[in-house]
Unconditional design. Structure first.
Length: 190
């Protein structure tokens, strides 16, 4: 390894440590686990009452968006691809060892639209907690909507829209997502 590439790697490590230190100072309501790797372009909106907790060795690739008005908890060793959005108005919990591919959207809220005579933008929102278990893989461009629980070891295929619960060990695909198979060794679906 040349001295130049070694120096470049060292300076990138210093840059990442400086970025983490700046984020800790800027967002005191956030807990950043040891070894978190936050790449360039992170957009973080943390409300005064919002609480963000990242476990150890969490990775956010470039241009991720985190919006936290409530509770947002992400377990150890989760990896988020580029351009992911996680928006918690009330509560989102993501377990350990999850793989969240690029351009995934996870939200615990949606627009209210019950009154036809009032513009949708003026009707507020509806919220329900989102729970994602341990060792879950959400493939590229998956959308997870409010009120959904995805069980441990589940896989959701690319482009799926998860509108209802996915049991542990299930493989779900489509719009809306539906279970097409159980992973070998997975517990029976209830």
């Amino acid at each position: 390894m040349s001295d130049r590439s070694r120096a470049g790697r060292i300076s990138m490590g210093v840059w990442r440590r400086l970025r983490r230190a700046w984020l800790r100072m800027r967002f005191p309501n956030a807990q950043w686990g040891r070894g978190c790797d936050i790449r360039l372009g992170l957009r973080l909106a943390l409300a005064p009452r919002g609480r963000l907790r990242l476990g150890e060795e969490v990775v956010f690739e470039r241009d991720a968006t985190l919006e936290c008005g409530g509770e947002l908890s992400i377990g150890d060793r989760c990896i988020f691809g580029h351009h992911c959005t996680v928006a918690a108005k009330e509560s989102i919990e993501i377990g350990h060892d999850c793989l969240i591919a690029e351009m995934v959207s996870i939200r615990d809220h949606d627009h209210a639209f019950d009154d036809f005579d009032v513009p949708i933008r003026d009707q507020g929102s509806t919220c329900a907690p989102v729970r994602i278990g341990n060792n879950v893989w959400l493939a590229a461009r998956v959308v997870v909507v409010k009120g959904v629980t995805i069980g441990d070891g589940a896989i959701v295929g690319a482009g799926a829209v998860v509108t209802k619960d996915v049991p542990s060990g299930a493989i779900a695909v489509g719009v809306p997502a539906r279970v097409v198979k159980m992973r070998p060794g997975a517990p029976p679906a209830q």
